[in-house]
Design a protein around this ligand. Structure first.
Ligand SMILES: *[C@@H]1O[C@H](CO)[C@@H](O)[C@H](O)[C@H]1NC(C)=O
Ligand SMILES: *[C@@H]1O[C@H](CO)[C@@H](O)[C@H](O)[C@H]1NC(C)=O
Ligand SMILES: *[C@@H]1O[C@H](CO)[C@@H](O)[C@H](O)[C@H]1NC(C)=O
Ligand SMILES: *[C@@H]1O[C@H](CO)[C@@H](O)[C@H](O)[C@H]1NC(C)=O
Ligand SMILES: *[C@@H]1O[C@H](CO)[C@@H](O)[C@H](O)[C@H]1NC(C)=O
Ligand SMILES: *[C@@H]1O[C@H](CO)[C@@H](O)[C@H](O)[C@H]1NC(C)=O
Ligand SMILES: *[C@@H]1O[C@H](CO)[C@@H](O)[C@H](O)[C@H]1NC(C)=O
Ligand SMILES: *[C@@H]1O[C@H](CO)[C@@H](O)[C@H](O)[C@H]1NC(C)=O
Length: 632
């Protein structure tokens, strides 16, 4: 948890967002609310009910699979095309529940071999196409890779020529979800007894030092076998499998995984004992040593709060290798359950029998030491998590978490030495459209955020939101941004920028000259007119004050959601002219947000001379004359 009281500064763009937002004040509320800056948008030719997205790292393009269509858009070149994938054989659906069943919803777009793999429901006849250079192959049977109808409880992992999937192969039977190998190395599936009503979250493969130790890990929720009233109904799990699993030796076990084991994932706040038992999403952060590769687990609880717990694959592996099996007290066979055997060998049937009847290990997987507690938790209901490692100006690396909310926005949370800080709320979709997909391009430092009708390419470094104000730029503690040459710049443009990411006092890093004084905007206002002074509220922890000729004239309290801090002059007279400044103050940090000098039009003109009068000022003068005439 961040020890500093989190504050919010910056650009408030969608007023409607602010209203609902201030209510859920928590320790890790974002500092800044911003619209994406420098973002590019691709609007789909039509809205897609079940879109799937694919983006290849270090490119600027996105593929979107929709109903019978594959959309391609390149954000750099604007190249785009749409490929049709119509239903081949009509009427394969046995019991067409809705007309939608008779369509080909693309459910998978992935890199496969040298080309792409595109699969869809094919009107209850799952079909795949190989796509090379925009040329599609003849369709092939995609059962097990694509579902019969769009389904959310599906995972497909394409790893080289191997494909793993949780999709059932037949429309009628196979009610019990299984984790399968469907391509490469012979078909295998999990025993029906090892998971109880699983809901799959994500899967990955992980290379170990020796190829025969390579593993598949998948994360899921399932019903808790403990039905006591105080026990949570769902339990979050990680399962392991050996990639080179050959299946069993008996006829019943020949097509079953023999290396399956599962363990519970723990995510409990030690202070409140609050249990975050519902795994919502995970993100894998690879490391050169697989043991240090991490899993960022996003959990929610029944009350709608979220927590992020981080695990290492080293710890997960340790639990699977060293823990006793739950409920098994017999002797361990020579090859222990869950152990990968040398290439080409089968797991002995004795080992498989024990593991198959005791698939759960007793020890639970705990978050990383030393705290073994959540990285943070708050009252937002996050849907998706992504983690990007940015190397800051000082050469140190910082992890930045991107958390998609259920309101079309993304929170940017930084892991700083003294804790986590929520630095920004990015309102990606103004209408709060749900975020269907959030893909991180680590190399290009871009986010690809998709909804049912558009995709945005958003730069992770958005230093413009700190509006070239040195204090804002440094106080934000955004590892992507720093101060140099009178502007708030991205570290990707210049690594020499000054930043304030450690606990050093930030004051003093900003020179006097960095804050431009005397930059009042001159505004000519006719006497007897109305005038609004408008100061944008950017932080819900700040006080906003309007000063006129250095005297305080208005204070805005932001505890009640309110869009801006207004000062209204009903009838402008000579005393209303002069200098107006709106200053925000939080944690002793003051910032002038708006500086205006109201000038009497007549005097201003006579100073400047009539020759410089514009058409607009002629109109204003005319209006003034009319007003003066009216009131006399
Ligand atoms: C990313 O792509 C660019 C060209 O588009 C290439 O120059 C660069 O080496 C690539 N970076 C990585 C890390 O692959
Ligand atoms: C599709 O690609 C895979 C892998 O490259 C290949 O094994 C398969 O034969 C291809 N299928 C068709 C119909 O081209
Ligand atoms: C959670 O548990 C309830 C009750 O056992 C069950 O109906 C539901 O399907 C479970 N949900 C998930 C996602 O596992
Ligand atoms: C500072 O900015 C000016 C103008 O924007 C530019 O000409 C100059 O090269 C910049 N200096 C550095 C060190 O980046
Ligand atoms: C406003 O007017 C004053 C006095 O004429 C001048 O010094 C100042 O530069 C002007 N400000 C801007 C932003 O033009
Ligand atoms: C504004 O003030 C002037 C002088 O005090 C007065 O004559 C005029 O009626 C006022 N106008 C309005 C709209 O209140
Ligand atoms: C703002 O709130 C503070 C504390 O809640 C209170 O002391 C102060 O009087 C309020 N100011 C205004 C202008 O409402
Ligand atoms: C503020 O200053 C302006 C000019 O500097 C003057 O015209 C105006 O009367 C002053 N108003 C007050 C309330 O001090």
């Amino acid at each position: 948890m961040g020890r500093r009281r989190p504050v919010v500064l910056g650009l408030a763009l969608w007023g409607c967002l602010l209203a609902g937002w201030a209510a859920g004040r928590s320790k890790v509320n974002p500092r800044i609310i911003a619209a994406p800056q420098g973002a590019k948008e691709y609007v789909l030719p039509r809205s897609e009910k079940y879109p799937v997205f694919y983006h290849k790292e270090n490119t600027s393009a996105i593929y979107i699979g929709g109903e019978g269509k594959l959309y391609y858009y390149d954000f750099a070149t604007y190249e785009n095309y749409v490929e049709d994938f119509p239903v081949k054989n009509e009427g394969q659906c046995m019991m067409p529940g809705s007309p939608e069943d008779n369509k080909n919803y693309l459910t998978l777009v992935e890199k496969y071999g040298d080309g792409m793999l595109v699969c869809g429901t094919g009107a209850c006849s799952p079909t795949c196409w190989n796509l090379t250079q925009r040329k599609e192959s003849t369709p092939w049977d995609g059962r097990g890779i694509a579902p019969f109808t769009p389904d959310s409880n599906t995972l497909v992992v394409v790893d080289g020529h191997d494909i793993y999937s949780t999709i059932k192969k037949s429309q009628q039977n196979g009610k019990i979800p299984r984790f399968r190998r469907v391509r490469g190395g012979g078909e295998l599936y999990t025993s029906d007894t090892v998971m109880q009503n699983p809901q799959f979250v994500k899967a990955t493969t992980l290379r170990h030092e020796e190829p025969h130790q390579d593993k598949i890990y998948y994360f899921f929720r399932e019903d808790n076998p403990d039905k006591s009233p105080e026990a949570p109904r769902n339990i979050s799990r990680v399962a392991q499998l050996c990639k080179e699993d050959k299946g069993g030796t008996g006829s019943l076990s020949a097509s079953k995984w023999t290396t399956f084991l599962k363990a519970s994932l723990i995510c409990v706040d030690p202070v409140t004992k609050g249990n975050f038992n519902w795994l919502q999403d995970v993100f894998f952060v690879p490391a050169s040593n697989w043991r240090h590769s991490k899993v960022y687990g996003l959990f929610t609880n029944t009350w709608g709060s979220s927590a992020v717990c981080v695990y290492s694959f080293g710890d997960i592996d340790n639990v699977f290798r060293t823990s006793k099996l739950k409920g098994y007290n017999g002797p361990n066979p020579e090859i222990k359950p869950g152990q990968c055997v040398s290439s080409g060998q089968h797991t002995p049937s004795e080992t498989f029998k024990i593991a198959d009847s005791h698939p759960e290990v007793q020890d639970r997987v705990e978050p990383l030491s030393p705290t073994k507690s959540p990285l943070f938790h708050n009252k937002h209901r996050y849907q998706k998590i992504g983690v990007h490692e940015v190397s800051a100006g000082d050469g140190r690396r910082y992890n930045v978490l991107y958390l998609a909310t259920d309101k079309g926005s993304i929170h940017k949370v930084v892991e700083l030495p003294e804790g986590v800080q929520n630095i920004m709320e990015l309102q990606v979709f103004p209408k709060k459209d749900p975020i269907q997909s959030m893909i991180l391009d680590h190399k290009r430092a871009m986010l690809y955020v998709g909804s049912t009708d558009r995709v945005l390419e958003v730069p992770m470094a958005m230093c413009g939101v700190y509006r070239n104000n040195c204090d804002s730029c440094l106080l934000a503690r955004d590892p992507y941004c720093g101060w140099l040459n009178s502007s708030c710049q991205s570290v990707y443009l210049n690594r020499e920028v000054h930043q304030n990411l450690n606990l050093d006092p930030w004051q003093g890093k900003c020179q006097k000259g960095d804050i431009k004084e005397n930059d009042y905007q001159n505004i000519t206002v006719v006497p007897f007119s109305r005038y609004y002074l408008n100061c944008p509220i950017e932080s819900h922890y700040a006080t906003y004050n309007w000063y006129h000729n250095n005297s305080l004239i208005k204070t805005c309290n932001t505890t009640h959601p309110q869009q801006d801090c207004f000062h209204f002059i009903q009838n402008v007279s000579h005393i209303h002219y002069g200098h107006y400044v709106c200053i925000s103050e939080e944690d002793g940090f003051k910032q002038a947000l708006v500086k205006e000098r109201l000038v009497n039009q007549l005097r201003f003109m006579s100073q400047k001379g009539q020759a410089t009068m514009t058409f607009a000022s002629w109109l204003q003068l005319l209006l003034m004359v009319v007003l003066v005439e009216l009131f006399h």
